[in-house]
Design a binder for this molecule. Structure first.
Ligand code: 26Q
Length: 805
């Protein structure tokens, strides 16, 4: 029964929706189509968001608080409607208001396109952080690029990945506001000339950056912060002199060059593209952001010297590392500061997060290209470098060590090292999980760490429990509320109250029923969209993430083949029915990753149509895995696959989302898996494989995969089935090279970890058959991963790096 005030809220919202539908959407409620109601629902809600947004902004200006600026090339937001509705506490009112018109909020939510302005973990982390910053009432701005085409749509054609352009803005974006007054001219190229006692950079080319703002609503609507994305335009969109001379195409060339800057997200998440356009994008958004930050600071504080007291700039990886040189340039060239004073201000203001140790992912740019595009920045980088190298020599470092510290890589073609630039210009450099941070100190940053031993620190990643528990799993949220009250909604650490109830049979039963319902809903969706039938009573075993050799989807697939082989050989054994779910995108130029997708689909076709497995094993590769798909799959997962080669996954964040939704993890001692194990306890996670130290040791002392393969019947059998074309009869050679790589070198240690992984999977089967034990483990997982809330992560950044309260 709705209370009087709830009825009033519904009434009010309903009236507003009808008013908006008529006067802003321009539709009669009798004629309105679904997408008209969708627009009306968002615009009605938006009014509420805007009021809180303005209130938050006034409060920040009034209190003169220090602000946080999060610079990121990627924000993988997903949909915003459900986020805004639930964070404003209007879910029930909206549900009921729409129901009066025969509409279903869940169905309306499906009409919103994902804002897919990111590749994967790094971009999704930025989105979780934005939500937690607003939740914790920290005045913060996210800065990035308003890509017209986000992460490509993935279609699977005959098992192969096909990339299609993504077009999230096709029908407009009700969440964004263009701010024409916040625009800056960004220069490229040209020359630097001496003038009086300073220098002048005269760019050869100029582009205008204009802000487009999106409100980010915190939990319970406490604060609404701004995500400011830059769009680009030519200063002179049609060059009239060229146009009048009859060169109608040439007259548009500047606009075309400007459009390219914000046209598309680079769909590579590990090895760097090395293309000029990428560096242009990086400078474009970073320069606009730094100018905006300085403009705001000077407007309200009057003096650039107090910048570190009022602004903290966090660099999300090295993609915005040019911020170090740009801030120096603005302080020295445009505000007349001495180099030393500018350097102190820069270091106090900027901090940098590293997300990867993979050498191929460390950004560096050919020096000639850099110098051509950013001649003044190149000079500043040389000046910074001579200062850093002087400090290294003074500390008594030898030539080899000094060479590692240098911002310029002098081996072969000279290159600018963005990580060294970001490191030297920051007071804090953090890793994203404990192991990752230790490895940073021992490997890529060993020498810089020796020179500046206090700078590296750890901030283990987290995820927002609003999106990744409350919103995506309302059924579970209700059961948890009944069990422990609703304090956990405001503090995820309070989930620990569940721990004492782990063996409560009634609670175990209810949580199992929720899982079953979520699996049923996912099975229905997959049936409807792919035509594949899944048994919701089978174990849902899930690996969803970008396709990458180090993440070892191939290990999972080889084990799947081994299991298939075993089931066929011993149909009489009581196998645990499994559904293997895979999903993820491959970078378009990553050959092996694309081949792994094809292999998953080839295996699926063969296994799913083999009557001799009798429904004991099903394999699906879900197309176009994205944030919205993750929100469907994660609540329905029984088993979470986190099986990267130890030492290679910086943190992982999917691992946290699965555990929060009650899945068991099978994983290696890598990234945040280690900390998840520490929190949930050894008995509530299945760990296998080499440790990071053992991987390093094997690589150093000569590792012979062939020997290992020959000793494992199961492994050699599975590998030869794949390599000989059992799953690719139309092209038997298809996987010869891919599997050959495992025999020859096996950099990712698939062979070394296989037997232990297969044994761990059989242990998972055993645990699954112990129904009460599995249910208790589920509860222990949910109860003990509250620590992985991005609220905890952001509190640590705020206290230890940004010094904001
Ligand atoms: C660089 C240069 C040129 C083009 C593209 C790139 C590029 C783009 C994206 C390089 C890397 C990325 C993304 C990296 C990423 O997502 N890393 C993940 O970050 C997560 C959040 O910290 C971690 O949990 C994951 O372990 C890490 O892989």
């Amino acid at each position: 029964m709705a209370t009087v005030s709830a009825r009033n809220a519904i009434e009010e919202l309903d009236e507003r929706i009808i008013d908006v539908l008529r006067h802003r959407v321009g539709k009669d409620e009798l004629a309105a189509k679904e997408h008209d109601w969708y627009s009306a629902a968002i615009l009605s809600l938006r009014d509420e968001v805007i009021d809180k947004w303005i209130e938050s902004t006034r409060r920040t200006y009034g209190s003169k608080q220090k602000r946080v600026y999060y610079l990121s090339m990627e924000f993988l937001i997903g949909r915003l409607l459900r986020d805004a509705v639930t964070n404003l506490g209007l879910s029930e009112a909206m549900d009921s208001a729409l129901a009066r018109h025969g509409l279903d909020l869940a169905m309306i939510e499906e009409l919103e396109p994902d804002a897919a302005l990111g590749n994967g973990g790094l971009g999704r982390l930025a989105a979780c952080f934005m939500e937690s910053l607003a939740t914790l009432d920290i005045p913060a701005y996210g800065y990035g690029i308003r890509y017209v085409n986000g992460m490509f749509r993935q279609r699977i054609d005959d098992g192969w990945q096909v990339e299609l352009p993504e077009n999230w803005l096709a029908h407009g974006n009700p969440w964004e506001f263009e701010r024409r007054e916040s625009s800056y001219v960004i220069g490229f190229g040209g020359e630097v000339t001496a003038q009086d006692d300073g220098v002048v950079w005269q760019p050869a080319e100029e582009v205008e950056a204009t802000a487009v703002d999106t409100p980010i609503v915190g939990w319970r609507g406490k604060r609404v912060n701004t995500l400011r994305l830059w769009t680009a335009a030519a200063i002179d969109p049609i060059k009239l002199d060229a146009f009048n001379a009859g060169d109608h195409i040439g007259a548009l060339s500047e606009q075309v060059r400007a459009d390219a800057l914000v046209r598309v997200l680079y769909p590579a998440d590990s090895h760097q593209a090395g293309q000029e356009l990428r560096l242009r994008q990086e400078y474009f958004f970073t320069a606009a952001s730094i100018r905006d930050i300085l403009r705001r600071h000077i407007q309200y504080e009057g003096d650039v010297r107090t910048l570190p007291d009022k602004a903290a700039i966090q660099l999300n990886d090295t993609h915005p590392a040019i911020a170090v040189a740009e801030l120096m340039r603005l302080l020295v060239d445009e505000n007349g500061l001495e180099f030393n004073e500018a350097w102190t201000i820069t270091q106090k203001t900027i901090s940098y997060t590293n997300h990867t140790l993979l050498p191929e992912a460390l950004e560096s740019w050919p020096l000639p290209m850099f110098e051509r595009m950013l001649p003044r920045h190149m000079q500043i980088i040389y000046a910074i470098n001579s200062r850093v190298l002087r400090e290294a020599r003074k500390a008594g470092f030898d030539d080899a060590t000094v060479a590692h510290i240098s911002l310029i890589d002098e081996d072969g073609e000279r290159r600018v090292r963005m990580a060294n630039l970001a490191f030297s210009g920051s007071h804090s450099i953090n890793g994203v999980a404990a192991l990752h941070t230790e490895l940073m100190k021992e490997t890529v940053f060993a020498d810089l760490h020796k020179l500046y031993p206090t700078r590296i620190n750890n901030k283990t990643n987290g995820v927002t429990p609003r999106r990744w528990l409350q919103q995506c799993n309302p059924r579970l949220t209700e059961v948890l509320k009944d069990a422990i009250g609703d304090a956990f909604l405001d503090d995820a650490a309070k989930l620990s109250d569940l721990d004492a109830m782990a063996t409560d049979a009634a609670l175990g039963e209810r949580i199992a029923a929720v899982k079953r319902a979520n699996k049923g809903a996912l099975a229905d969706y997959i049936k409807r969209t792919m035509g594949v039938r899944l048994d919701p009573d089978a174990m849902f075993d899930v690996q969803i993430k970008r396709i990458h050799e180090y993440k070892r989807q191939l290990l999972n697939l080889v084990e799947t083949v081994a299991l298939y082989d075993q089931i066929r050989s011993h149909p009489e054994r009581d196998w645990v029915p499994r559904v293997k779910i895979f999903g993820g995108k491959a970078a378009p130029s990553y050959h092996n990753a694309k081949l792994i997708i094809k292999l998953a689909n080839d295996i699926a076709r063969r296994v799913n149509s083999d009557p001799s497995v009798g429904g004991l094993l099903k394999v699906v590769f879900v197309p176009n895995y994205n944030v919205s798909y993750a929100e469907r799959i994660i609540p329905a997962a029984d088993l979470s696959e986190q099986i990267s080669t130890a030492g290679m996954e910086a943190s992982g964040t999917g691992n946290m989302k699965f555990a929060l939704n009650g899945a068991m993890t099978i994983g290696t001692l890598d990234g945040a898996n280690i900390e998840i194990k520490d929190h949930v306890g050894d008995d509530n996670i299945v760990i296998f494989g080499l440790t990071a130290a053992q991987v390093a040791e094997r690589r150093a002392n000569g590792y012979d995969p062939r020997e290992i393969i020959e000793e494992s019947r199961e492994l050699s059998q599975a590998l030869s089935m794949i390599a000989s074309g059992v799953f690719s009869p139309d092209d038997p050679e298809r996987y010869a090279q891919l599997i050959g790589g495992i025999y020859e070198s096996d950099w990712f240690m698939v062979a070394a970890d296989f037997d232990d992984y297969a044994a761990a999977q059989r242990k998972v089967d055993e645990r699954w058959e112990d129904v009460a034990g599995w249910r208790a483990a589920t509860i222990h997982n949910i109860a003990n991963v509250g620590w992985f809330s991005s609220d905890r992560t952001i509190s640590e950044y705020a206290r230890e790096i940004w010094k904001v309260t």
